[in-house]
Ligand binder design. Structure first.
Ligand code: FES
Length: 108
């Protein structure tokens, strides 16, 4: 099956405060964007695998976000929930073009 990559503009860097998460939507897909202290931007599915907490509202610390509901710790680079909890969220590739922030979607 062919893979097609789709690039969708979701926000701009000027609308993306550092250290805070932001929720963006592409159709029914909800994504949490994080603008890290080192300037990098990361994107993960905006739904905690535990009970659906909104991860964009979580606290960021280094490479992790803490779910605002019950404090599960999730790596925002690979989407893995940290021990002793288990699970993972989807991660998305990001492209920054001038001030524009794009999510790369992989449609198979
Ligand atoms: S919903 Fe995220 S830790 Fe419970």
């Amino acid at each position: 099956m062919n893979k097609t990559l789709q690039r969708k503009k979701v926000t701009t860097m000027s609308e993306l405060p550092q250290h805070l998460g932001k929720t963006v939507r592409i159709g029914s897909l909800e994504i949490a964007l994080f603008h890290l202290a080192n300037g990098e931007v990361r994107a993960i599915e905006n739904r905690c695998p535990h009970k659906g907490g909104v991860l964009a509202e979580g606290m960021i610390s280094g490479e992790h976000v803490f779910c605002p509901m019950h404090d599960w710790k999730i790596n925002i680079f690979d989407g893995n929930v940290q021990s002793p909890d288990r699970g993972c969220v989807k991660t998305f590739e990001i492209e920054i073009d001038n001030d524009d922030v794009y999510i790369i979607l992989n449609n198979e």
